[in-house]
Design a protein around this ligand. Structure first.
Ligand SMILES: Cc1cc2nc3c(=O)[nH]c(=O)nc-3n(C[C@H](O)[C@H](O)[C@H](O)COP(=O)(O)O)c2cc1C
Length: 345
């Protein structure tokens, strides 16, 4: 466990970040991140439309150093919305490349989030059984999910291949960062959480078993993708539900990923309950305490999120060492150019 660093008042929202874990240097011009946010602008087969490109061109007007493209499904068995973006086949590359170019043209680094929704999908959307670690419906307050099918060993190998091939596509489309979505109750989160993974084979049964799916996918991506690409994971800082992932479970996982050099960036959000404000968390940065806790245990750069709006809050969080990047979702979505004028002029 590392000791906490003293406040560093020279850090601010405008300080560039130089990623160290890369053979090729990669810099983000500032500490502001647009997190992945589903835009529902894709066509019904997951192709980028002109509305999708316009949407990301607009988000990049925020001046953020990194703009993430929304959760994009790696296979049609893992889609969770009718207008969701896909990265499941090579014919998606021209559209995705256009988004990456639009983000780069604004001076930002381009990231894209890969997802398989698993038990958070619907059989109506997938036209087949929902693929998950165990036949357990994803617990949620606001809706009842279907009971998914437990994946066989053959399906596990396919599932890994979908992620690895999609990461390769992200690189070919020109994205600087590939993020695996292992938060908000989606597929990879279901593998990590003791509430949804109750397998007794090597992909379940204890922390290491439950982490194995994520670790193996990252390892395969590292082995096959280029050195210029950064790998990020969106993780729950903890699951705010009884019996779910604890902060120390997540710290242990991040330690494992860091020691094996499997990731370059940790994006800290929430787990099975979804990304919204947990009860009792008030003010800006409602999930930042979880990011800050994790940051004390790792040398990897950390993104914090949750209701952040103001430049003052970002500067304070950076100077306190709570995070390395602040993700601003809804405040930027509302009016990217106005947000920039107020916070990053
Ligand atoms: C419209 C919308 C779509 C979202 N889609 C995603 C997504 O695709 N992937 C993801 O990890 N989080 C998604 N989120 C969560 C955001 O990335 C972010 O964590 C959340 O909005 C909290 O940040 P904020 O308070 O700054 O908006 C979405 C949020 C919104 C508002």
């Amino acid at each position: 466990m590392k000791t906490q660093s003293p406040p560093n008042n020279s850090l601010s929202r405008r300080t560039p970040y130089h990623f160290k874990h890369q053979v090729q240097p990669l810099t983000a011009v500032n500490r502001v991140v647009v997190p992945p946010m589903a835009s529902a602008t894709a066509d019904s087969h997951g192709f980028v439309t002109t509305a999708t490109v316009a949407h990301y061109r607009r988000l990049a007007e925020s001046g953020a150093g990194i703009v993430f493209v929304e959760y994009s499904y790696v296979h049609s068995s893992g889609r969770s919305e009718a207008q969701q973006l896909a990265i499941d086949s090579d014919n998606k590359l021209p559209g995705l490349s256009e988004i990456a170019r639009a983000i780069h043209a604004a001076g930002a680094r381009a990231g894209i989030q890969l997802v398989h929704a698993g038990g958070k999908s619907t059989t109506e959307l997938t036209s087949g059984p929902l693929l998950a670690p165990s036949p357990i419906a994803v617990p949620a307050k606001d809706r009842a999910f279907e009971v998914p099918a437990e994946m066989s060993t053959e399906q596990v190998a396919l599932y890994q291949k979908w992620f690895v091939e999609s990461a390769g596509r992200a690189e070919r489309a020109g994205f600087d960062i590939v993020e695996l979505h292992a938060a908000h109750g989606y597929g990879l989160n279901q593998w990590l959480s003791p509430l949804t993974n109750q397998r007794s084979d090597r992909y379940g049964d204890g922390h290491q078993g439950r982490a194995r799916m994520l670790v193996e996918i990252l390892g395969q991506i590292r082995a096959t993708c280029g050195v210029g690409q950064l790998l990020a994971v969106r993780l729950p800082g903890q699951e705010h539900s009884h019996g779910g992932l604890s902060p120390s479970d997540v710290a242990g996982l991040v330690r494992e990923l860091e020691h094996a050099r499997l990731v370059d960036l940790i994006d800290v959000s929430s787990g099975l309950g979804g990304w919204r404000r947990p009860e009792g968390r008030v003010g800006e940065g409602y999930l930042v305490p979880d990011a800050a806790k994790l940051k004390r245990t790792t040398a990897l750069p950390v993104i914090g999120v949750g209701g952040i709006e103001s430049g003052e809050y970002i500067d304070h969080a950076l100077s306190q060492g709570w995070l390395d990047f602040a993700a601003i979702g809804r405040a930027i979505l509302k009016d990217p150019a106005a947000w920039r004028a107020g916070v990053l002029p």
